[in-house]
Design a protein around this ligand. Structure first.
Ligand code: ZN
Length: 110
């Protein structure tokens, strides 16, 4: 592994550590939907659905799907948490790939 690769690796490890320490990473996918409320007299029964309603969807450890609807005033926090989680996941993969590259080069030297 070259000097440049080592610098990149060090930076990515630092970025990942900062993310984990300083942010509240949230697992899941954020999406919005328009839904009917179910009241027959409501405008939504004529096709004017309520929304957008924001929600986080995810798979539990046992693979069951789960949904959490989010209050409007917590939407920004949810967006940040979900995008920070994705960023951390991306960084972790990049670190893993750089370490794999290093591991491979060490194997060849033997
Ligand atoms: Zn309605």
């Amino acid at each position: 592994m070259g000097k440049e690769e080592r610098t990149v690796l060090r930076k990515k490890k630092k970025d990942l550590t900062e993310l984990i320490k300083k942010r509240k990473l949230i697992f899941g996918n954020l999406s919005s939907v328009y839904l009917p409320c179910g009241k027959p007299s409501c405008k939504c029964a004529r096709g004017f659905l309520h929304g957008p309603m924001w929600r986080i969807t995810w798979k539990e450890k046992d693979k069951r799907s789960a949904i959490l609807y989010i209050q409007r005033n917590r939407l920004e926090q949810a967006k940040r948490g979900v995008s920070d989680y994705k960023e951390a996941k991306k960084l972790l993969k990049e670190i893993g790939l750089l370490n794999l590259s290093l591991f491979r080069k060490e194997e060849k030297k033997k």
